[in-house]
Design a protein around this ligand. Sequence first.
Ligand code: PEP
Ligand code: MG
Length: 919
Amino acid sequence: MTKKYVYFYGAGKAEAKGGALAKNVLGGKGIGLMEMTAIGISVPAGFTITVQTCEAYYKLGRKLPSGLEKEVREAVLKLEKVTGKKLGNPHDPLLVSVRSGAARSMPGMLETILNLGLNDKSVEGLAKKTDNARFAYDAYRRFIQMFSSTAMGLSKQPMEDMLHEMKNEIGVKTDPEIPAEKLKELCAQFKAFYKMNKGEDFPQDPWEQLWGAIMAVFNSWEAEKAQTYRRVEKITDLKGTAVNVVQMVFGNKGDNSGTGVCFTRDPNTGENTFYGDYLINAQGEDVVAGIRTPLKLSTLRDTMPRAYDQLCAVRAILESHYKEMQDLEFTIEDQKLYMLQCRTGKRSPAAAFSIALDHATKPLLSGPQANDLVKKGYLPKKYARLAVKPVITRQQAVNRISSDDIERLFYPVIDTRKTGVDQLKKIRLGQGINAVPGAASGKVVFTAAEAEKMGQKGEKVILVRKETSPEDVGGMHAAKGILTATGGKTSHAAVVARGWGKCCIVGCEALNINYEAKSMTVNGKTVKQGEFITLDGSVGEIYSGDLPLKEPELPKAYYTILKWADQLRTMKVRTNADTPYDAINAIKMGAEGIGLCRTEHMFFDTEERRLAIQEMIVAETLDARKIALAKLLPFQTDDFYGIFKAMNGFPVTIRLIDPPLHEFTPKDNAGVEKLSKITGISVDKIKHRCEQLHESNPMLGHRGCRLCITYPEILDMQVTAIIQAAVKCRKEGVKVLPEIMIPLTMDKKEFKIMEQQTRVVADKLIQQSGVKLPYLVGTMIEIPRAALLADQIAEVAEFFSFGTNDLTQMTLGLSRDDAGRFLPTYVATEKDGGKGIFKDDPFQSLDQDGVGMLVKLGIERGRSTKKDLKVGICGEHGGDAQSIKFCHKAGMNYVSCSPYRVPIARLAAAQAALQDQKK
Ligand code: PEP
Ligand code: MG
């Protein structure tokens, strides 16, 4: 089959339909335009050159593939037919925009050229035809600027300076005030500048212009800023951008025209209000670029009610059709509305939850609102019916939230308990537009490069710019927050920052930046580079100083959606916690038990405890060791008691000591001397003992259950502490479910020794206490051999918990402590200087092919012996959404992760269960 390079749409028909596949072929913008056309929305006609054409262009060494020209010529013919205009016609020219559009949104990163098709002759024709010379020459000067910089590589600034000088010369402030003859003069200046730099006249042939523009869009795919954006956003699966050639409609035709960007809901709060900015008598990128401060949509309702009503109808149609909040671009030409783009809009984390909840429970429009738009003839009845009902189910709402949404929800706010409201008033510098919520503090920097440099050194910085441009994306990412003097909520800075959930304030008109002096002044107060400021992106306030921040309050929608998730999931979610504090925190996050309590962490807590364990390690006889262990017993008992109480009846898995003993030994002379004094053992002997404990590869050495095989008295102490604490709780009426877990098992006999010893100690204590105390003894599966022999181990073990940190390290033969030095090369793609061997860091996201195979095998073999064997995971992967979905498929009963990842696990487990229902 021959490849099709070009797809056409216009006059209510489109050559392609929606869906993910189409997006990969036509890009987000292309498929949006086609779908809007097909469902009857007013969209200017056009055609889309596929992403695969861009891919072929690069494969051919930046050459257009043969066959493309024919298809583009045919598409232009169709466009001419639909519009009744001809490319290059000197009296009534067809003008087009040439715009990029990848499968995923990359705001402002790729290029756009507007008004293509204008030349010295057709500009006159356009002026006559529209009876608006000012408009025609404004369009021409914009085209010359965009084409020169984007397609021909000339610097943008000189032409911007000429425009600025022209305004100064005639004494006006804004572009729309420049009269026609002056714009004509400006076009002449631009062309002269072009000729001087390129050594030839500005291209007059529209076809030469069109091919130049198409290649410019393709070339922008590999421009540095686009590459940086993809690296930061981890976009690795896209092969290029589509090119959209669309008939021009004009927002710069006068005061009955305009152009705008809007969201079908408030992207910060999720509130069901129409939200956006527009500019009167302006074109294309003026709003997004943030050069002029735009007007609110409510003004549009008052000044152009017809256009506003059309826009409200489009809002209802698109939200009902896509069942998602949309981000729209529109142009109004002489009161008539045209849609230029629709895509799923980026939103703040709180809005992600509120929108999903609203979509599942509330209608977009009330009955009277819908009827009104139907009566006016703007809203088809079919969409009116959809818009008065919730558009998604609860399941779809749960599926829509991502783990990133949850993570970002916990972004900080200013701690007003530490910095009171009065104090805040005193240090307030000014206010801007609250573009992206959350708070951030850092040292002020004024260039993206500086932000990156300081960010790399680990300093927290706030990037302050007059406006940001796509070139600044690296610095914006490095900064903790962004502040700009101009722009609205849909400016480049706001859109990019919102995508990352990064605190951002824009349009702070009181802000004056002196780039040369590296300082800024706000309302008479000066801040120099390197001094601290704090931004509150939720309200748009700017303060001087490094203010303390705290965790935010969570929106109600978060609790509702997670409750729905809990009703859907089949796996339990536990937490890894070593202290009552962590345990309580984890319960607040929704944990249903502890899946891993690392007991050794308790030995580091105070000097007293450290000395006791050190005393145990250097003890020269069994009795001496027992005396030292007896000192640790009350500490451990207390700790376990606190944890059991905090978990109040939830199961608690306590793992016996795991790390090699050298980790506890004193590292300096003072420590050795202190230990010598306490134990009466000479300094030399202690040093000798520490040297003896040295291991070349301690991760594969004397650790885990190997320690208790050689020093059984450690197990005795730990099991005693667990059972004594549990008995105490039982006596107080607190329900306890201890699960004693043996780490790093590699053999059934080894485990059996541990298990029997555990039971002897535990049963005796329980019997003495007279209380009824069920408990379990199980093991971690962290060693490949244990996974392979899981059927044997399950003869003895009552549960398995996969320790995928160690299992990954041992399966891949990569030290978990050292691999960080070279793993980035394995994970980064070839384009980013890596080798692209792994898609993700296997210590963060489970290597499902390799380690995953052992996990599946371990579960299968374990359950072949013990049908109902309880199985969980407690490695870091237990908090990673992809890995959690794998665990569900593998048939685990629970995942366990750090407290702050518990909500992520609850959601991922529900999404995994929903995937099952689909099958
Ligand atoms: C593991 O190995 O996955 C595990 C949870 O144990 P640790 O990280 O303590 O070695
Ligand atoms: Mg381990």
